[in-house]
Design a protein around this ligand. Structure first.
Ligand code: ZN
Length: 159
């Protein structure tokens, strides 16, 4: 493992990249989604909604290029926000997600997404990983996804 060493130069703190260290960044995303679990033996067989909280964690080395506008950053949080919105949030926010085998007539003309799997928190998280894994910049690794379905229940995928 390499490390950064902080040096003081005339009152200004500067990082000298003698060594480099991997740093993880996490950004939180909030969205509303409805689903129903086909053949489930509890309340969640009914269509219902959640206020999901999705935490995306990436890992990389801070950019050591002092001439770069992204110096000191693993990734611009704004870029991470855009990528996650384009690939997940814009599609799934305020959508109804149902297993493709479930019989459902969409007479409300609602935003309906069919999945080839049971849309549990666990399966959605694995699917979101698949949607995101090839969308990050070179040198940035998607290393953890955590999604809260309720305030006290979450699924976590550590890669
Ligand atoms: Zn649910």
């Amino acid at each position: 493992m390499k490390i950064f060493v902080l040096e003081q130069t005339k009152g200004l703190g500067t990082y000298q990249s003698i060594y480099t260290m991997k740093v993880q960044l996490t950004k939180q995303f909030d969205f509303e989604m409805a689903h129903a679990l086909m053949n489930y033996d509890g309340h969640c067989k009914n269509i219902h909604g959640h206020s999901y909280k999705l935490y995306i964690t990436i890992e990389g080395e801070p950019n050591p290029d002092t001439n770069s506008s992204k110096c000191g950053m693993v990734m611009d949080f704004g870029d991470l926000k855009r990528i996650v919105h384009e690939n997940i949030i814009d599609t799934y926010d305020h959508a109804l997600v149902l297993n493709e085998k479930a019989v459902f007539e969409n007479t409300l003309n609602t935003k309906l997404i069919r999945t080839s799997f049971q849309p549990t928190c666990e399966n959605m998280l694995i699917y979101f990983y698949e949607l995101l894994k090839d969308k990050l910049p070179e040198g940035v690794k998607l290393c953890k996804l955590r999604m809260y379905e309720t305030a006290t229940s979450y699924a976590e995928l550590v890669i």
